[in-house]
Design a protein. Structure first.
Length: 257
């Protein structure tokens, strides 16, 4: 049985590509409204773990349970497709490279999924787009196309698109790493606003200052395992594991040191 107090549970997650083990028996939980940062070196399995949550990168073994329902069920193809589409509607995901449809306007990028998957009317979808774009400070760009936007603006549209599905959980996979430094703060401010609204979030990030100021808990991954986890103050100021200390010595700014 799943723990009713745990909103997201990952149990004994393993992922291998042939002989390469990317995730090695990871178990973790996220409470409703909690914000968890996952940090670690490149190749440590952070993005693979994040993508396993909505079965974009299926686990070799293990379970993912969201709000009491197993995400990665072993079902016949048609049943699985119906099940996973329902589960993915509850999980918003924002990628490093935006993944906007270049031939669609900002409005149409945001309204496409709600109209297709939830069957809402054009008028309802337009209202929804206006609300979510206002939420991320992009109302004035509603009829622009992605080619007319900066990287930071594209990422804010991507967040609005995810929010338009009214998800229970938001996943961010290095959402600011492809942006110029001056654009990063615009996106971080949107994520901070979501945190203030008690959105449950799992955030893979390389920005230690952001993780320290916004997140409730930090997981440090290396070599496909969770080496250490705890509140930001503990992880950043008093880590117990040598691998954590070595990583942070290279990545913490003067603010945290």
């Amino acid at each position: 049985m799943s723990d009713p107090h745990k909103f997201l549970e990952i149990r004994h997650a393993q992922k291998a590509y042939g002989q390469l083990e990317v995730l090695k028996d990871i178990s973790m939980t996220v409470d409703r409204g909690e914000i968890v940062a996952i940090i670690g070196p490149s190749g440590s399995g952070k993005s693979t773990l994040l993508r396993a949550i909505n079965d974009l990168d299926p686990l070799t073994s293990g379970e993912v349970i969201l709000d009491g329902v197993q995400v990665n069920k072993d079902l016949p193809h048609r049943q699985y497709e119906k099940h996973i589409n329902q589960m993915r509607q509850q999980v918003g995901m924002v990628f490093q490279h935006f993944n906007l449809f270049p031939h669609l306007s900002v409005r149409d990028n945001v309204t496409l999924a709600p109209k297709m998957l939830k069957g809402i009317s054009d008028a309802e979808a337009d209202k929804l787009a206006e609300q979510q774009l206002a939420h991320v400070g992009m109302s004035e760009r509603i009829d622009y196309y992605p080619s007319q936007l900066s990287g930071g603006q594209k990422q804010r549209v991507a967040i609005a698109r995810a929010l338009a599905m009214n998800p229970k959980l938001m996943l961010f996979d290095e959402a600011t790493s492809a942006l110029d430094p001056e654009l990063v703060e615009d996106v971080n401010l949107v994520m901070k606003r979501l945190a203030e609204e008690d959105m449950t979030m799992v955030i893979v990030t390389h920005e230690m200052d952001f993780a320290a100021s916004v997140c409730d808990r930090v997981l440090f991954m290396d070599g496909g395992v969770v080496v250490e986890e705890g509140p930001p103050d503990v992880i950043f100021k008093n880590p117990t594991q040598e691998r954590t200390r070595a990583f942070l010595s290279k990545h913490l700014s003067n603010v945290q040191k």
